[in-house]
Design a protein around this ligand. Structure first.
Ligand SMILES: Nc1ncnc2c1ncn2[C@@H]1O[C@H](COP(=O)(O)O)[C@@H](OP(=O)(O)O)[C@H]1O
Ligand SMILES: [Mg+2]
Ligand SMILES: [Mg+2]
Ligand SMILES: [Mg+2]
Length: 320
């Protein structure tokens, strides 16, 4: 299958959602708190509304599994917030009503199915709030395998020095990057292990989202001598796919040893790296299984590499 319509729809939605996020960020958004205490902003909601609307319009029978939902926004005391989201969405989709916006957000309440979409309207909300990196991530999954991934990184410097990169991958068709503002797509290729300047690793900015000391020990054991690069969101996958690092380590935090990774935090990024010639597994070397539900219950941690050093990394993890 070529997935060309799916890819075009996801690209257009990611670009619009990224525009909304940048508009919100220029106004210095405040964080709201979700029931799990994690932050969310009007941009997370607006981005999810834009993306779900686009997917539902082109693929009405496809399930969509998004990170956010509108239950909180439908409470009467949240009317002003919903109105604010609607005005940001309305800048891109004229005449959108609050009721429609809430409905589009809730279109993302679907469940994992033989064919489904998953999206993270803002991955790295903490980075977004800090004016650091974040990503808009959209993926199409069939039979538990990611087929299409689109990752917009609006604050990431691209190869030409411009700000804002769009990563696109289709299973069996390779991965490309293109300036988010438009331009010519260029193929993505992971870096060779002989490239000393890029023989480095990336990890999260948030220390509680990983195991910093173990990540450093593993990197050292495979011969990485430089300090980690710390970047929020799935932008880390883009960094590996574009050859700026050989390795991305995300090991379970000692503070939350039972944490399971969300499908929307990895689906788009993973296919971008795989189609750029790299490898993505959990910390035991198992492929990430996108067919088990919103949480990847059969996987622990994530290891992303240029492929060449992958077995060595998994070997070190097995012994440490
Ligand atoms: N204890 C934990 N371990 C690993 N990931 C976690 C975590 N708690 C939250 N996260 C996830 O980490 C994501 C951000 O990734 P990163 O740390 O690479 O920037 C968050 O996505 P959102 O920002 O979309 O909520 C959230 O889903
Ligand atoms: Mg979140
Ligand atoms: Mg996320
Ligand atoms: Mg998110």
């Amino acid at each position: 299958m070529s997935y060309s319509t799916e890819t075009q729809v996801a690209i257009a939605a990611a670009i619009q959602a990224a525009q909304l996020c940048q508009a919100v960020r220029r106004a210095i958004p405040e964080a709201m708190e979700k029931t799990d205490k994690s932050p969310v902003t009007v941009a997370d909601y607006g981005s999810q509304a834009i993306i779900c609307r686009a997917i539902a319009q082109s693929f009405p029978s496809d399930a969509i599994v998004g990170e956010e939902d509108a239950a909180e926004l439908r409470r009467p005391e949240m009317a002003d917030t919903l109105q604010k989201i609607t005005s940001y969405v309305g800048a891109l989709i004229p005449d959108a009503t609050p009721e429609q916006v809430a409905g589009w957000i809730d279109r993302g309440n679907g469940t994992v199915a033989p064919r489904y979409w998953t999206l993270d309207p803002i991955d790295g909300t903490k980075g977004f709030l800090r004016q650091d990196q974040y990503a808009v991530a959209i993926a199409l999954v069939e039979q538990g395998e990611v087929k299409v991934g689109v990752l917009a990184c609006p604050a990431l410097p691209g190869p030409g020095g411009e700000t804002g990169v769009l990563y696109v991958a289709v299973r069996g068709q390779g991965a490309t990057q293109v300036p988010l503002k438009g331009g010519n797509p260029t193929p993505l290729k992971v870096v060779s292990s002989e490239d000393v300047a890029h023989f480095r690793f990336v990890e999260s900015v948030e220390s509680s989202h990983g195991d910093r000391s173990r990540q450093e020990a593993v990197a050292q054991a495979v011969g990485i001598t430089t300090e980690s690069m710390r970047i929020d969101s799935q932008a880390k996958y883009g960094i590996v796919a574009s050859g700026q690092a050989v390795l991305y380590l995300r090991l379970p935090s000692p503070k939350s040893p039972d944490y399971r990774e969300n499908i929307w935090d990895h689906a788009a990024g993973a296919i971008v790296v795989e189609e750029a010639g790299g490898k993505v597994t959990d910390m035991y070397g198992k492929p990430l299984d996108f067919g088990t539900g919103t949480k990847m219950v059969d996987n622990r941690g994530v290891v992303v590499s240029n492929g060449a050093i992958h077995d060595q990394v998994i070997g070190v993890l097995a012994q440490s």
